[in-house]
Write a protein that binds this ligand. Sequence first.
Ligand SMILES: [Zn+2]
Length: 169
Amino acid sequence: MPLFYTITYQPGGQTEKFYGTAGRRYRVAGDDLIDLHSHPVWCFRCGKVTEGERIESVRELDEKIKNLERLAGEIRAEARAEGRFTHDEPADHVQQSDLAHLGQRRRWRVARQSPPRCLSCGSTHIEELRLDAPFSCLTSGTIHLSLIGIYDPTSESREIFSAEGELLA
Ligand SMILES: [Zn+2]
């Protein structure tokens, strides 16, 4: 589920709520769709806070894959020890499906060339807004971001992006 935030502009002190969006996807090799992750950014072209791509590092993905492989191994070993091991529905089928998705995500990430983009206008001239460090810009002052929590959106975006982060439909 997406996150929502409060944005405070200093020195004026005015605040606004900022809701993340769920449902955006990349179209990758083989016409498969994978999730697009986003977070608040300052877009210099839009001149405001927008959502931008959050692109994890290959190392971050490798770490997730390694942890999940370890967990899958433990689940299989436990199932074998209890005599529950079957080939029809392996005990670790959920983890194996997640691993397949992560493998696909890793292939996309390795091939990705463009820096992260603003999801409103496509510009790569953006600055990630961080929870621990206010961002200062000439037009809007200093922007403080606070995380409020997660929310259950009433609708999801149907936008599809290219593997390089360009809006397709
Ligand atoms: Zn923009």
